[in-house]
Design a protein around this ligand. Structure first.
Ligand code: GLA
Length: 716
């Protein structure tokens, strides 16, 4: 079946039989209306092309009084009602206490790449619109739902999920997911799916370090480059939840959306609630194929500016060099040094505002500190721009210290329960962004900063999670809206800011990787994956990150040693590790010697040559840091002209050589010039065919501990 024919009609609909077939480059997804009017899932897997093959949902019979047919029916978006005991997509409570919700098909609207299906409760005008968008060229399907209270009475939404996804009937499924904590984010886990529910979630008000909203499921047989993988990612930067469930009937289903924990969203008559979006795809080419599909989709369809957005510049950030001790002279000196190395974007981190000399004071007061910057930011920014670098500035707009003018003026702006203690973490409290006045204040502060100064880039930080989530000014029922409205207002502030300042770019940071998800990614150019910049630790953090997110958005810095874990690895190893993402330097350049500067110049020069390939190419994870003592990642440019392989050896034992590297994604018939940094290539030939590079493989000489190189592969 030619791909073009598949794309001709991404969404097919049979009005007689009421079934739909959604098809992308890599997958199909089918659903249909059963005789009783329920909407049911029918298929998710490799591409199909013929809607006539899709039968109407079969009638089911109860297995026993304890196993009603509803449990077997794979309802596409199950309301909690009738005899249904699995994870529902929607659960509501009426004012009179009635909580039964049985959704039935009402109508549908099909567009070339979008489908809307309306459902309604069997009795009341409680309406659900399911939204589907198909990205045929990217192999991705997007789902979300809008819930509307069409009744004359208030109701409460107890659970609103974006989607329920069903895996094909079968056994032996395995779940891959990302977990971690501060400074140890995105660690890869893979485990069998058993009966019961496995929950990945955040209850912290932001996306969180502990789980990332991504999953991949395979039949237990998938590897990096082979096997069938069903995967998905949720676009929500607040409390989220993904429940992976195997029922007693061997169905595996994934339900995800707003976290149900402490959730109770009131809907007045006529009001609606929109769920986050849940994106999903299917790959026949293992976890590598799944992540390449996601990477391309995120770069081209999610990231601001999409495929036309600029390559990420080489960045310098002063944080690890100066911490809070910033001033104009010090920053100018660092800027001059950074410019000489080839840096393109100079970012001043924390410490430039209010009474911010340490983390006890100043958050909330976003006026420039006159002692540190007597002429405002203008002197520094002009100097930075004069050195042909853009200027970026650290902000943490959602927070306030008790020692601040803002808190003294507006103590009621923080998230808190009345009459209860309030936890300060890093000495700071969280402003209640769900409040309209707080939202306006934050927007005004940032808008003013961006209007009065030539700022190209905000590093937007969030250094603690939400706790004691009270909103005393609201009614008890209204208070619970905080979880959702906080995030919506955060998104709104960023959207308005970007609309007013089209040149402005943003990096999302939350004490490292605490806010990385497809919701924030549609609004920022980069994310900070971890406060842990130790290169060897980073290899694993970056590997996990790369499961779900592309190199282009991944800030990665070369910093000083010994690092936070006490380890010291050579600068070359640190640079090569950071060059696998959007390269930055976070070292104290005042302490670098001539040798360090020369190496940095050389590596930044090399980075600029391979940058389009790293940032926009396809990633092949050749050797995992979780395996042996060698890690290797290969990036291949979209046009196939260039490839680069980063190879790291952390601790050699027994004088064994580095495993042969079998490259991927090259043209078998083409000839490539092959060259390694510091001549570490063991091959005698410097010109090799794609066929040989992929099937014969190449060898590199890495000796001792923490040795590294990069192999450049250029098509002749
Ligand atoms: C957080 C960030 C760091 C730095 C500090 C500043 O920890 O992750 O990169 O910006 O805050 O206080």
């Amino acid at each position: 079946m030619a791909a073009a024919a598949l794309f001709a009609q991404a969404i097919q609909y049979s009005p007689e039989r009421k079934v739909w077939l959604l098809t992308t480059r890599d997958s199909s997804y089918a659903l249909g209306v059963a005789a009783d009017g329920a909407l049911r899932h029918l298929y998710w897997g490799p591409p199909l092309w013929r809607i006539d093959d899709i039968a109407e949902p079969p009638a089911r019979r109860d297995i026993s009084s304890f196993d009603p047919r509803q449990m077997l029916e794979n309802e596409e978006y199950p309301g909690w009602g009738g005899p249904l005991y699995l994870e529902p997509a929607l659960k509501i409570a009426r004012e009179d206490g009635g909580r039964d919700l049985v959704l039935r098909f009402v109508s549908q609207r099909t567009e070339p790449n979008a489908l809307e299906i309306s459902l309604k409760d069997i009795r009341d005008p409680i309406e659900v619109t399911l939204h589907y968008r198909v990205y045929p060229e990217h192999g991705i399907v997007r789902r979300s739902a809008t819930i509307r209270n069409g009744t004359a009475h208030p109701l409460t939404v107890d659970s609103a999920q974006a989607a329920a996804w069903y895996l094909p009937p079968g056994e032996g499924y395995q779940l891959s997911y990302l977990s971690g904590r501060w400074a140890a984010e995105t660690q890869i886990n893979r485990e069998p799916i058993h009966e019961g529910v496995k929950v990945l979630e955040s209850r912290k008000g932001h996306t969180g370090h502990n789980f990332n909203p991504w999953f991949a499921i395979d039949r237990g047989d998938a590897g990096e480059e082979n096997g069938r993988v069903w995967f998905g990612a949720l676009a929500w930067s607040g409390n989220w939840r993904i429940a992976v469930e195997q029922t007693p009937y061997r169905q595996v289903r994934v339900t995800g959306g707003f976290n149900t924990f402490d959730f109770a969203y009131p809907l007045q008559p006529g009001e609606t609630l929109e769920t986050p979006a849940f994106y999903a795809g299917f790959s026949e080419r293992g976890l590598g194929g799944a992540s390449r599909a996601l990477h391309r989709f995120e770069r081209e369809q999610i990231a601001p500016g999409g495929a036309s957005s600029r390559l990420r510049p080489v960045l310098y950030n002063s944080w690890e060099a100066t911490t809070f001790a910033v001033n104009e002279a010090g920053q100018r000196a660092l800027a001059e040094k950074a410019a000489q190395l080839g840096v393109e974007l100079f970012v001043m981190d924390d410490g430039w505002f209010g009474a911010r000399d340490n983390d006890h004071a100043g958050l909330g007061d976003w006026g420039v500190n006159p002692r540190k910057f007597p002429q405002g930011l203008k002197g520094l920014i002009d100097a930075v721009n004069g050195l042909k670098m853009d200027f970026g500035l650290w902000v943490e707009p959602e927070m306030v210290n008790a020692a601040s003018d803002l808190y003294r003026t507006h103590p009621d702006w923080v998230i808190r329960f009345n009459g209860r203690p309030l936890s300060e973490l890093r000495n700071q409290m969280v402003l209640n962004l769900a409040r309209a006045d707080v939202k306006e204040y934050i927007f005004t502060v940032l808008d003013k900063l961006a209007t009065e100064n030539h700022i190209r880039y905000f590093k937007w930080d969030m250094n603690r999670a939400v706790s004691e989530p009270g909103w005393p000014e609201e009614t008890p029922a209204g208070q619970r809206k905080l979880w959702v409205d906080y995030v919506r207002n955060l998104y709104e502030i960023i959207d308005r800011l970007r609309a007013r300042h089209p040149q402005l770019e943003i990096e999302s940071c939350s004490g490292g990787g605490g806010r990385v998800d497809l919701g924030i990614l549609s609004r920022v150019e980069e994310v900070w994956p971890s406060d842990n910049t130790e290169a060897f630790d980073r290899l694993r953090i970056q590997e996990g990150f790369s499961m779900a997110y592309p190199a282009k958005i991944m800030s990665a810095w070369a910093t000083d040693v010994p690092n936070m874990n006490g380890r010291s690895v050579p600068l070359m190893f640190r640079f090569l590790t950071a060059m696998q993402g959007a390269l930055g330097i976070g070292a104290n350049l005042n302490k670098w010697n001539t040798q360090d500067n020369q190496l940095a110049q050389k590596m930044i020069g090399l980075y600029k040559i391979v940058r389009p390939t790293v940032q926009q190419g396809d990633l092949y994870r050749l050797l995992s840091p979780r395996g042996g003592d060698v890690t290797a990642n290969q990036y291949v440019a979209a046009d196939g002209r260039q490839s680069v392989v980063f190879v790291f050896r952390h601790s050699q034992q027994y004088n064994t050589s580095v495993p042969t590297l079998y490259l991927r994604g090259l043209d078998e018939r083409a000839i490539y010039r092959v060259e390694a940094v510091d001549a570490k290539l063991a091959e005698r030939q410097t010109q090799l065919s794609g066929a040989y590079l992929m099937h014969g493989g190449i060898n590199v000489n890495l000796r001792g501990d923490y040795d590294a190189t990069a192999v450049l592969v250029d098509r002749l």
